[in-house]
Design a protein around this ligand. Sequence first.
Ligand SMILES: NC(=O)c1ccc[n+]([C@@H]2O[C@H](COP(=O)([O-])OP(=O)(O)OC[C@H]3O[C@@H](n4cnc5c(N)ncnc54)[C@H](OP(=O)(O)O)[C@@H]3O)[C@@H](O)[C@H]2O)c1
Length: 269
Amino acid sequence: MFKDLFSLVGRIALVTGGSRGIGKMIAAGFLAQGASKVYITARKAGPCEATAKKLTAAYGGECIALPIDISTLAGIELLATEIRKREDRLDILVNNAGAAWGADFDEFPESGWDKVVNLNLKAPFFLTKALAAPLRAAASAERPAKVINIASIDGIFVNPQETYSYAASKAGLIHLTRRMALKLIKDHVVVTAIAPGPFASDMNRAARDHADEVSKRVPSGRIGDTEDMAGAAIFLASRAGDYVVGATLTVDGGVAFANAGIKGEGWAE
Ligand SMILES: NC(=O)c1ccc[n+]([C@@H]2O[C@H](COP(=O)([O-])OP(=O)(O)OC[C@H]3O[C@@H](n4cnc5c(N)ncnc54)[C@H](OP(=O)(O)O)[C@@H]3O)[C@@H](O)[C@H]2O)c1
């Protein structure tokens, strides 16, 4: 009964932004748990294909690159069409591709708003909608399909960095997750989110290049690693997470709780 609780054997998944960072950690974890196919996307074809090749060689299943920019509705439709051409059903969608922008409040440009909100908040909604048919086709009461949105602890507590559109997009994504979950659960599609803390990546260069410094501000005393992120995503994607509906799982070594007061560590004023 419990043997296959975390198994993903035979599942077909799509992880946006799977060429590197957190998306790659999740794609690797799914393949390691037996997923038969994991599609990954990114704008840059070279790194996307290189990662797909590497993950296919490392694990039993197949990792397939679909290099498509999903910052526009046209790109989202193109990706959904490519998936629908190849698959009748999609068991797991991970809305992970994201971007950040930091600028002084008085200088913050509209482009820094649109780029971030379009990719972090609008794309997860419209990609899920565009893939609703294969997700519903995969879903049953016994084995629901899964949508996992990658939010951030910046959507839970106020990060002192001036990343206004990022913070708003991630807080919005956490609430969008709840709203979509209550709609799609009727079709046995379970929607949840993960709110990561610091993980080494191109986006989080501080965690990547100054892990020791960043670790001092993490109650766990370290930044997150591949197993931490893969473990959370595997839990939500597998049978083990079937009854977790609309919730956001914080995976941050305690950072959000440590900063839950009015004046979190790092505030300059
Ligand atoms: N790392 C952290 O500490 C941390 C913490 C909290 C939340 N997160 C969230 O985790 C997610 C992944 O972040 P990361 O740190 O792994 O960042 P990353 O290393 O910059 O990876 C971002 C991924 O998204 C792809 N991407 C970016 N723009 C895209 C677009 N328009 N269309 C398609 N793909 C696109 C990138 O590939 P291309 O550049 O080739 O397009 C790459 O594969 C994001 O949603 C981020 O907000 C990260």
